[in-house]
Write a protein of this length. Structure first.
Lengths: 255, 284
C-alpha cells in the first residue's frame, strides 16, 4: 500500500471515529432531553431496551391508538392469571363491595387526593375493547370500562417534573415480601396521559371480577399484560429513575 | 525464496477475495445474534408451547399446533430482554449488510442469477450435478471437495459463455486468466443459481418475514402500523408465523452447514473468516 493511500485511510478512519463518537454523544444528549432513555438502560441488555423504548416513543409520539375490536370479538374464556389476594383485609373489602376502599394519588402532585370506588365511577367513564396479551404467549380480548388515568391525574394536579407514575397494588401477605415488592409497576407520562390508559373498574359490562383485579386495575392499550397492575391501592408520581420494578424482566412493556 | 507462482497468487489474492470484508464481518455477527435469538426465543416459547390462529388463544381454546414439550413459565421473563438485544444486533447488522451490498454491488455481482440460469432445466441440472458429484465423491472417498468443484466447472463455464448479462463481464475477465493459483477457482469463486436464489430468499424473504412477524406482536408498533398485525390475521397468527419462519430459517441453516461440510468445512470457514480460500493440499 502506498504512503499516500495509507495516510488517506488513516485520516478517513480518524474522522469516522471522531464523527461516530460525537454523533453518539449528541444522540445520548438529545435522547435524554426528550425522555427517550428508559430507567433500565444500564447493562448489556439495557442497550437493546433503550433502542426499543426510544424507537417506539419516537414512533408513537402522536398518542397512537392501540387496536380496538368489535363486541363480537370479545373472548368467551378470558384468562385468570393468578387468583386474587386472600388476606383478611382484601376479603373483607371484597365482601363489602369495596365500600371502604380508597385509591390515593400522591407524590409530585399539587394536591394529594384519594378516591372511593363510587367517586371514581362518578368521573367521566369510557370503554375500550382491546387485546390483553401475556409475554408468555396467551391472549384474550375484553371490554374494559373505567376512568382515564389522565382525568384522575388532572384532578391531583401533576407537577411538571413528574416523569413516571408508580402503581402499587394491595400487598398479599400470602406471598413473600420480595414478591409483593416486585408487584409494583411504573409507566412514563406518555402512557399515563394516553387516551386508552384507564383505571378500569368494569370488564365485559360487569363489575371487574376479583381475579381480574377488583376493585380497580390499570389498563394500558399499548403495553403487555404484566404492566396492567391489578388490585390498585396507591398511585405515586415521581421523577426518580430508580423507582421501577427491579428484579425481573424489563421496564418498558410496549414490547 | 519467492517463486513466480506465489507472487502471482499473492497479487491475485489481494485483488479478489472470495468474500468481501462486509460479507465476512456481517456473516459472523449475524451467526452470533441468530444463536442468541434462538436460545432466548426457545426460552420464551416454552413458557407457552402452543400456537394459535387469529387474535386470541389460550388453554381452553382450540390451538393450531401443540408442541410436545412441557410448559416452563419462568424463562420468558428473563429471556425476552436478551431476545430484543440480539434482535437489535441482527437488524442493525442486517441493514448494514443490505445497504453495503448494494453499494459494493455484492448482490448484483454475487447473488443475482444470470437470466439464462433462471430456467427449470438449469436449476434441475445444478441440483442433479451436485447430487451426482456427492455420490461420486462418496464412492471415491476423496477427502477434499475437489471432485465436487471440478465436476461443477463445465456447467458454470457453459452458463457464462451464453449469458450476456452485465454482471458476467467480471466473471468473463476472471475466467480469461488461467487459474494456476487455485485449481477449482471458477466453481469456488461464484455461486450457482440454486445458491443465489436461496441466499436472496433468505436475505429478502425470510429475515424480513421474521422481523415483520416479531414487530406485529408489539403493541407499540401495531398502534402506529395496525396493518402489520391485521394483514397476518392477528396477534396469535403473527406469533405462529414467527415460529414457522424460524423453523424455515433453521432448515436453511442445516442445509447450509451440510453444504459447507461437503465443500470442505475448514476450507469454507477459513474463506469466510480470512476472505481467501486456502491453497495447497491441506484443504480441510
Amino acid at each position: 500500500m502506498s504512503k499516500i493511500l495509507a495516510r488517506r485511510s488513516f485520516i478517513t478512519a480518524g474522522l469516522a471515529t471522531a464523527a461516530g463518537a460525537s454523533g453518539l454523544g449528541a444522540a445520548v444528549y438529545f435522547a435524554d432531553r426528550y425522555g427517550l432513555i428508559p430507567p433500565d438502560h444500564a447493562g448489556i441488555v439495557g442497550v437493546g431496551e433503550t433502542l426499543t423504548y426510544a424507537t417506539q416513543r419516537l414512533l408513537t409520539s402522536g398518542h397512537s391508538l392501540a387496536r380496538e375490536f368489535k363486541r363480537s370479538d370479545i373472548s368467551k374464556v378470558p384468562v385468570v392469571n393468578g387468583p386474587h389476594p386472600t388476606d383478611e383485609k382484601y376479603l373483607t373489602l371484597l365482601a363489602d363491595g369495596f365500600k371502604d376502599w380508597r385509591l390515593s394519588v400522591e407524590g409530585l402532585v399539587a394536591r394529594p387526593v384519594s378516591f372511593s370506588l363510587e367517586e371514581l365511577k362518578r368521573l367521566p367513564a369510557e370503554s375500550h375493547i382491546t387485546l390483553h396479551a401475556c409475554e408468555q404467549g396467551w391472549s384474550y380480548i375484553a371490554e374494559w370500562t373505567g376512568v382515564r388515568l389522565a382525568t384522575v391525574l388532572d384532578l391531583a394536579g401533576t407537577r411538571p417534573e413528574s416523569r413516571y407514575v408508580v402503581f402499587e397494588p394491595f400487598a398479599n401477605p400470602n406471598q413473600s415480601r420480595t414478591v409483593v415488592r416486585v408487584q409494583w409497576e411504573s409507566i412514563d407520562m406518555a402512557d399515563a396521559l394516553h387516551p386508552q390508559t384507564l383505571l378500569a373498574y368494569g370488564m365485559n359490562g360487569e363489575a371487574l371480577p376479583a381475579d381480574f383485579g377488583a376493585p380497580v386495575r390499570l389498563r394500558l392499550g399499548r403495553q403487555i399484560g404484566w404492566k396492567n397492575t391489578k388490585y390498585l391501592s396507591r398511585i405515586v408520581l415521581t421523577d426518580r429513575r430508580d423507582f421501577y420494578r427491579k428484579g425481573r424482566g424489563t421496564w418498558y412493556g410496549g414490547i | 525464496m519467492i517463486s513466480e507462482a506465489s507472487v502471482e497468487a499473492a497479487v491475485k489474492t489481494t485483488s479478489a477475495p472470495r468474500h468481501i470484508a462486509l460479507v465476512r464481518v456481517t456473516h459472523w455477527i449475524i451467526v452470533l445474534s441468530v444463536i442468541g435469538l434462538l436460545v432466548s426465543g426457545i426460552g420464551i416459547l416454552i413458557s407457552h408451547p402452543r400456537l394459535y390462529w387469529g387474535e386470541t388463544g389460550n388453554l381452553g381454546t382450540p390451538s393450531l399446533i401443540d408442541l410436545p414439550i412441557p410448559f416452563i413459565i419462568g424463562p420468558s421473563v428473563w429471556e425476552r430482554p436478551y431476545h430484543f438485544f440480539f434482535a437489535w444486533i441482527l437488524v442493525l447488522t442486517g441493514l448494514t449488510y443490505v445497504v453495503g451490498s448494494f453499494i459494493t454491488h455484492h448482490f448484483r455481482r454475487d447473488l443475482l442469477p444470470a437470466k439464462a440460469d433462471l430456467r427449470w432445466n438449469r436449476i434441475v441440472a445444478v441440483v442433479s450435478e451436485h447430487l451426482n458429484a456427492k455420490r461420486t465423491r462418496a464412492r471415491s472417498a476423496s477427502p477434499t471437495g475437489r471432485s465436487l468443484n471440478r465436476s461443477a466447472q463445465p456447467q458454470d463455464a457453459k452458463r457464462k459463455s451464453d449469458s450476456g448479462q452485465p454482471q458476467d463481464a467480471k466473471r468473463k475477465r476472471d475466467s480469461a486468466q488461467p487459474q494456476e493459483w487455485e485449481q477449482p477457482a471458477d466453481a469456488a469463486s461464484t455461486y450457482n443459481v440454486v445458491q443465489r436464489l436461496t441466499y436472496l430468499a433468505v436475505v429478502f424473504g425470510l429475515f424480513p418475514a421474521i422481523l415483520w412477524t416479531g414487530l406485529a406482536m408489539s403493541f407499540g408498533v401495531t398502534s402506529v402500523f395496525p396493518i402489520l398485525a391485521t394483514a397476518l390475521g392477528g396477534h396469535q397468527s403473527a406469533r405462529t408465523l414467527h415460529f414457522v419462519c424460524v423453523v424455515l430459517l433453521l432448515l436453511f441453516v442445516i442445509v447450509h452447514i451440510l453444504m459447507v461440510y461437503l465443500a470442505g468445512f475448514w476450507r469454507s470457514v477459513r474463506a469466510m473468516i480470512t476472505g481467501y480460500v486456502p491453497q495447497g493440499g491441506k484443504a480441510r
